[in-house]
Ligand binder design. Structure first.
Ligand code: PSU
Ligand code: MN
Length: 298
């Protein structure tokens, strides 16, 4: 494992770190919005007083704190593969440049001892075929960390995803909300089992979970910010269009999520992209606050 200079310094000094994934930069968002996402998330975390650490596989080396020329290569997506948790061993063996999904990032968090991770939306159960379930859920079930997100992407089957989160024993809390947000939308009509209102409370939930030796994550969901969230009807319509295109083109496997996100972006004339950037930034801020709360005395 390699630590970037800033991340290594933070770890040595005991400063709070926030892990970030790299798949959202190399696959999830288009160029140049991916660079904007990187800047906004890192700036947000730094503003709170924590240190951002992007995870990645850099030429086969698991990395915490992707930076410099390596980060540039990922932002320009020159030969960068999407890497989930199960892909890590082969990527390491082959010397691959791999952008880490939520699942892969969680594996690296466990190895590196990172407690807090901010992302946009987790993967979940796809609408079709329903057996296409993101490995993000299984890794959430076996990685003890706080994961801040805006729910699961609206391209997924959200009720089914919520059921799987329950089955897998993943602790789920809404941040200042009683609802499971829909990533692009604030409301879904689906309820979360518990609500928390402060970052300190989130930190306390992780401490409880660890005291009980629960193996899994504390998944914190926060709705996208008011001024950029999309109306549910627009998202529903766009997702249906995107699913039709995916079906027509026979898109499968790891390519499905990036394909659907790009199709929704086209169908919403870029509004989904603005929402995506805003919620990534907001999640980064909350994750940094949680990291600070965790590093303070309980
Ligand atoms: N959320 C986004 N953009 C993304 C993803 C999530 O806004 O690109 C990525 C994350 O890395 C997530 C992955 O872990 O999509 C899920 O992919 P899959 O369904 O193939 O597991
Ligand atoms: Mn899949």
């Amino acid at each position: 494992m390699r630590w970037g200079a800033d991340a290594a310094r933070a770890r040595a000094a005991g400063h709070p770190l926030v892990a970030l994934e790299s798949s959202v930069l190399a696959q999830g968002l288009p160029i140049p919005a991916n660079r904007e996402a990187d800047t906004r998330m890192r700036t947000a975390i730094t503003a709170v007083g924590a240190v951002p650490a992007i995870t990645a596989v850099v030429r086969g080396t698991l990395t915490v704190g992707l930076d410099g020329d390596d980060l540039e290569r990922f932002l320009r997506r020159e030969g960068v593969a999407k890497v989930s948790a199960r892909d890590l061993p082969v990527a390491a063996l082959r010397g691959t440049d791999g952008a880490t999904t939520v699942a892969a990032t969680l594996s690296i968090c466990a190895l590196a001892g990172l407690d807090v991770f901010a992302t946009g939306g987790i993967g979940g159960v796809h609408r079709e075929p329903a057996f296409d379930e993101s490995a993000d859920l299984a890794e959430l079930a076996r990685t003890s960390a706080v994961v801040v997100c805006a729910g699961a992407k609206s391209i997924l089957d959200l009720p089914a995803t919520l059921e799987r989160i329950e089955s897998l024993g993943i602790t789920l809390v809404g941040y200042q909300t009683d609802e499971f947000p829909g990533f692009f939308t604030q409301t879904t009509g689906l309820r979360v089992p518990a609500r928390v209102d402060t970052a300190a409370e989130v930190a306390a939930v992780l401490r409880q979970s660890r005291a009980m030796r629960r193996p899994g994550a504390v998944l914190v969901v926060q709705p996208p910010p008011n001024d950029s969230a999309l109306p549910a009807e627009l998202v529903e319509h766009s997702v249906n269009e995107a699913l039709g295109q995916a079906r027509a083109e026979g898109v499968r496997g790891a390519a499905v999520t990036p394909f659907l996100l790009a199709a929704v972006e086209r169908a919403t004339a870029g509004r989904s992209l603005r929402a995506n950037l805003a919620l990534l930034e907001q999640n980064a801020t909350l994750a940094a606050q949680v990291a600070l709360a965790l590093s303070a005395a309980p």
